[in-house]
Design a binder for this molecule. Structure first.
Ligand SMILES: [Cu+2]
Length: 110
């Protein structure tokens, strides 16, 4: 029993060390590529074939952008039928090359 406890505490401390490194690399990679931001967006127009939509979006602090009207790519796994002109949505966006891409969308909660 004592051996098991010793082994467990050794495993736990090994995990702590590993965890510390993991956090550092996760933070680093977020800076590099995985920044994303969730905000509200009003749909102005949509091109379902090109999978782009003109949205008036709220602030995207993680991406260093204020609210504005601009065009977004809509990811393949996002339901583009949500993007009807006039619809109020909550969207999650990330960088996509030079542009921004909506990677999740839902009707805005009341
Ligand atoms: Cu913008």
């Amino acid at each position: 029993m004592i051996d098991i406890l010793l082994a467990l505490s050794l495993m736990a401390s090994a995990q702590d060390m590993h965890h510390g490194h993991g956090d550092m690399s996760a933070e680093h990679s977020m800076d590099m590529e995985a920044a994303q931001s969730t905000t509200f967006a009003d749909v102005r127009s949509v091109d379902t074939e090109a999978r782009t939509a003109l949205l008036r979006h709220g602030p995207l602090p993680e991406l260093g952008m204020m609210g504005m009207v601009m065009s977004f790519h809509i990811a393949e796994d996002v339901d583009i039928t949500l993007f009807e002109p006039g619809a109020a949505l909550t969207v999650t966006v990330t960088r996509h090359g030079e542009d921004l891409m909506v990677i999740a969308a839902a009707p805005e909660a009341d």
